[in-house]
Write a protein that binds this ligand. Structure first.
Ligand code: GTR
Length: 325
């Protein structure tokens, strides 16, 4: 009898242990280069809340912001290796890994943010998300990144000729390097976290980015001239490690995918507000914003397009993007 009750107790304890394991919360680690509060960081946190609700607490997301897990190029490799579960990065650093990402990164391929949203929300966006799968990643969603423009520590740039010989930091992507060089300037690819001191010490004359990055990374403290050339409307991307994805049941995969899609709506609201706020902050701090005739810059991109639209498939992708309203 005694034996029997001991056995029962042990069985019960083992059973609750199993239940405990089954109910344990799995925390997915997500990387972002931006500080806490930035729209991409907040969007992924929001996605984490949705996942937590929809899996009854079995899954959640912890966002490691401010490049705590490394700079973008490194975090991509770690995500491919399964060390990081989720990664929110610009499309730029993917250009050399997933050739399809070079197309939406091409300068002036999108006519407006609305055009970009429309394309990335539709079948072309889905095709590009799918392309990540051949590279140990699962593409989940695209976020906004406004338009990237040049800024510098030296002078107001009002024509392409003004850029001649100037040194601009770019994302570690050949598309970005070739773009700057095609404008007659010199490109210096560099990790985001090194840009502030490179501007300050004069290693570079300028860089290029949207209003929220220019402001939140404090580059405006040292670079006081911003040119509205709006050369790229390159989306951000949220990817998951294929290894982490494969550990999820098909039902949980569907929850993660849907939560990522739902977070896009939230991100855009935050983004639109942040753009206005950031522009206000930098202008109040004395940044001079200059206009520029974009046509010569657009014309100068012909060799960049020829180089990256190197296959009939990529040419077709570009043509389909341009044909979208
Ligand atoms: C920002 C983007 C970041 C990072 C950064 C950069 O606009 O949101 O993910 O790529 O640009 O220039 O490195």
């Amino acid at each position: 009898m005694l034996h029997f009750s001991k056995l029962m107790a042990a069985t019960f304890a083992f059973g609750s242990l199993l239940i405990g394991i089954a109910n344990a919360e799995t925390v997915l680690r997500s990387s972002d280069t931006h500080p806490d509060g930035y729209p991409t960081v907040e969007a992924v946190k929001y996605m984490g809340d949705l996942i937590k609700q929809r899996t009854a607490g079995r899954y959640s997301i912890e966002v490691y912001h401010s490049a705590q897990l490394g700079e973008e190029k490194d975090t991509i490799e770690q995500t491919q290796a399964g060390v990081i579960d989720l990664d929110r990065v610009s499309m730029g650093p993917f250009n050399g890994i997933v050739p399809e990402t070079a197309v939406p990164s091409l300068p002036y391929i999108f006519r407006s943010v609305e055009h970009m949203r429309h394309v990335m929300d539709g079948p072309i966006g889905d095709q590009i998300l799918k392309a990540f799968e051949a590279h140990d990643l699962v593409g989940l969603a695209f976020y906004d990144s406004g338009a990237r423009s040049f800024y510098n520590t030296k002078k107001d740039i009002t024509s392409m000729a003004d850029m001649k010989g100037m040194k601009f930091r770019v994302i570690q992507s050949d598309v970005f390097v070739d773009m700057v060089n095609a404008l007659g300037a010199n490109a210096t690819p560099m990790a985001y976290g090194e840009v502030y001191s490179a501007l300050q010490t004069g290693v570079i004359d300028g860089a290029e980015n949207n209003w929220p990055s220019f402001e939140s990374a404090k580059h405006y403290e040292v670079a006081k001239h911003y040119t509205m050339d709006q050369h790229q409307i390159v989306p951000e991307v949220l990817v998951m490690s294929k290894a982490s994805w494969d550990r999820l049941s098909p039902e949980d995969q569907a929850i993660v995918r849907q939560a990522a899609k739902d977070s896009v709506v939230k991100m855009r609201e935050l983004w639109d507000a942040q753009e206005k706020k950031s522009r206000g902050i930098v202008e109040a701090a004395g940044v001079k914003v200059s206009e520029i005739d974009k046509q010569p810059l657009i014309d100068a991109m012909k060799p960049v397009y020829d180089k990256y639209l190197s296959t009939p498939e990529l040419k077709d992708l570009a043509a389909r993007i341009q044909a979208e309203k």
